[in-house]
Design a protein around this ligand. Structure first.
Ligand SMILES: [Zn+2]
Ligand SMILES: [Zn+2]
Length: 368
């Protein structure tokens, strides 16, 4: 039986290793995908440290990936009913088994809170099969939503945008940016950068990004930020004052927290104008608490605070449309240039953790 090489995180904080798995039988309605690229995002660093709950180790990480449909045991179709064919370059919504029958799915229409949902590379473990992207091949199970890459969008561009774009689509949707709005984004990682790009594309009158280090801030400008603030050179009150100075003293119409530090939520509340909106997308793991003044920061400001959890099909779909339309304007492809083999996946994790690169990409076909 042919073997498939895949990277496994054996347990929280345990060094990653390459293991071999038998190539799976493809069930009816499933696709065996030869992985071209997967990514190493902040989630994978959290998984490595055991900071997410409900994760069945050992785990094959890599929740987002792109590849070539190698074996299709049809019928398998996309959203439009078009067949997925062997040789086609495809990706998928990493969320599987959203039930469509529970209270959250049916009444709240909040499918990302469906308790039945399983996520490739996060809540499916290695014992469930080749369901993570740091693997030569992946099994796309029946019912998984598969999307062909739009014509003209290269796999390298798709993976450069990666989950950061999908998350940013969701965050900016929640932000409801109006034409001409001033938007401040806290965080200059892949999510923050894509938020900057989408804020600009949404017609924001002004986009500010705070973050570090220098290469990320330079990238933020390429992604559409008019102004950047280096968090290593400034303190919270200075940054708040800068945003106020740039907005006639009022504060930003919309502030998106995309950095993960709890204190950034307080900063966002101070940066936002009265009756503005704060979107919290960076607090993906529990990093602790922060003191707020409910009267001054929330009630009297008449402010709206919105959380963002996960992505659904629409965010992947819209992300692909945005890549097809704006890939020349927004340099998503540049984010996918730190490429690692399966054997150097541990190094890729360290590089992301230590912020030595904006993003790392795993290319299972890479040999060295
Ligand atoms: Zn449900
Ligand atoms: Zn991710």
């Amino acid at each position: 039986m042919p073997q498939v090489r895949a990277v496994v995180i054996p347990a929280p904080k345990a060094a990653v290793e390459v293991r071999e798995f038998p190539e799976p039988e493809v069930p009816v309605g499933g696709v065996l995908m030869k992985t071209l690229y997967s990514e190493v995002c902040g989630t994978d660093v959290h998984l490595f440290h055991g900071r997410l709950s409900g994760v069945p180790y050992p785990l094959i990480p890599g929740h987002v990936a792109v590849g070539v449909a190698e074996k299709v045991r049809g019928p398998v179709t996309d959203l439009h009913g078009r067949p997925i064919t062997e040789g086609q370059v495809i990706t998928y919504l990493d969320v599987h088994k959203t039930c469509g029958r529970c209270w959250y799915c049916l009444v709240a229409k909040a499918s990302t809170r469906c308790p039945e949902r399983k996520v490739y590379g996060i809540t499916y473990g290695a014992s469930d099969g080749l369901l993570g992207g740091w693997s030569e091949k992946m099994l796309l199970l029946p019912g998984l939503h598969i999307l062909p890459l739009p014509e003209g969008v290269k796999p390298e561009t798709f993976i450069g945008a990666g989950c950061g774009l999908q998350t940013a689509v969701h965050a900016v949707e929640r932000a409801e940016i109006k034409l001409g709005d001033s938007v401040a984004i806290l965080g200059s990682g892949p999510v923050g950068l894509s938020c900057a790009a989408l804020a600009a594309l949404s017609g924001a009158g002004f986009v500010l990004v705070s973050g570090a280090p220098d290469d990320r801030l330079a990238k933020a400008k390429e992604f559409g930020a008019d102004e950047v603030l280096d968090i290593r050179q400034t303190h919270e009150p200075d940054r708040v004052a800068t945003v106020r100075r740039l907005t006639e003293g009022r504060g930003a119409d919309v502030v998106i927290e995309a950095c993960g530090e709890p204190r950034a939520v307080r900063e966002a509340l101070q940066m936002v104008r009265d009756q503005g909106r704060v979107v919290v997308v960076g607090q993906y793991t529990d990093r602790g608490e922060v003191a707020l003044n409910p009267h001054g920061d929330i009630n009297r400001k008449h402010v709206e605070i919105r959380g963002v959890w996960g992505s659904d099909y629409s965010h992947v779909y819209r992300g692909l449309r945005l890549l097809a339309r704006f890939q020349q304007r927004v340099p998503w492809r540049d984010l996918g240039q730190n490429v690692y083999s399966l054997d150097s996946a541990g190094e890729a994790l360290r590089a992301v953790e230590e912020q030595r690169c904006l993003k790392a990409v795993v290319k299972p076909g890479k040999r060295t």
